[in-house]
Design a protein around this ligand. Sequence first.
Ligand code: BES
Ligand code: MN
Ligand code: ZN
Length: 483
Amino acid sequence: MPVPVSVDHSPTLPEGDALVAVGVRAGHIEEDAPGASLELADLAGFDAKEAQTHFASTDAGPRLLVGLGEDPSSASWRKVGAAVAKAAVKHPWVVVDALGSLEGAERNAAAEALAEGLALGSYGFADYKEPAEGTALESVTVVAKGGKKVSESVSRGFATAVAVGHVRDLVNTPGGDLTPSAFAQQAEELASEHGLEIEVLDRSEIVAAGLGGLAGVARGSTQEPRLVKITHRPAGKAKGRIALVGKGVTFDAGGLSIKTNAGMEWMKTDMAGAAAVLGAMTLVPTFAPRLEVTAFLPLTDNMLGGDATRVGDVLRIRNGKTVEVLNTDAEGRLILSDALSLAAESEPDAIVDLATLTGACMVALGERTAGLMTNNDQLAERLLAAADVAGEALWRLPMPEHLRKPLDSTVADLRNIGTGAYGGALTAAIFLREFVDGRPWAHLDIAGPASTSTPYDEFSRGGTGYGVRTLARLLAGWSKLDS
Ligand code: BES
Ligand code: MN
Ligand code: ZN
């Protein structure tokens, strides 16, 4: 979990054994770090590039210098915060003095991103292993003028990081421990902590509700599936109604169309979409209190037990469409189709789904960028803008009509895979579109950025919590779509 980040408004730096981190603008080293011993040997290589860190002794004592680069954006402040947290791990308390040159709204936005970065950079997953020797960081203080507004910004940044931390914990937990029922239990705990309504369907209720895709994927497992529905209801009349959907495959072995061992290595992370939606839901009461937001999380693993769905089996999805399963490893779209059908039935203004859906999306966009596919240009613009401020890379991909025909089946309404070798991410989106009843809908394929094998910026190895920040921004700025 991230360490707490708070604000200190006093004009003098707190006394005590804190490590003081000082923000230094590129080209202003002597001005921003006065009295730093500037012997070449000491500052070797430090030229205040964005998120560059350097320990220096100054007249006032030891300092951690952190580069702000030139004209830092929100994304820069987040990286600066993370770099400080990572460089300062051996110190129990860090005081960050970096916002001095900013005023007003600009300062508040910077403070939020800085706090987010500080908290995210301090994240570690220690459920199964002691933290590395010498890890000592317990709290961070951000020095800032500006009173209540800046305090709120820092709290918001910290709250976001806490939500992201929960998502990372869920994603990092092994599939044998984070079973669908264990995930649902975590969702119940978070929902009650944040005053959200929650409803959980078990296997027999899932079958009774006609969720044939979810039931079909779960057939291969001794673990029961769950369908989790979480709602935030505003006090007065809602300013809008949003449905969120997240893929929650707690382990994807591929089913009878079994993956290779290497292909399974990261498949405990195949519930990252559901986790990100859950994390975003915990932020709704503070970020978007006047919206009605409902999350639909289909949870199952994809195993190959004796009664697993067979290749050629036909499943009936909640909205009545039938699907011929020609590859059991294309399971995400089977469970999402049920959840999207439920979402559409609730008559929302828009539906957004997050899913670690296709390796093809990683082939197209690499490991750090999610693919956005949508039937609504305005929703696309909003999501791209929200992702940009949030510092989560997102790129729109098309849904070309010629990829619809290959999904026709000779025995059912749809096949769950296309016939060609290319454009797998787009085919998957075109499949999902069959279940949204024509409503404004966006699909984020987060197969790449949901986890990382190497740490970078504000991310540590494993789950990244991708999507929470974009969703929180999207909802916070929500207004009715033009029709
Ligand atoms: N969960 C995988 C997609 C995935 C792959 C996520 C790698 C993260 C990293 C998904 O269920 C899957 O297996 N997709 C198949 C689809 C194919 C059978 C049409 C894929 O991408 O190969
Ligand atoms: Mn799969
Ligand atoms: Zn999967």
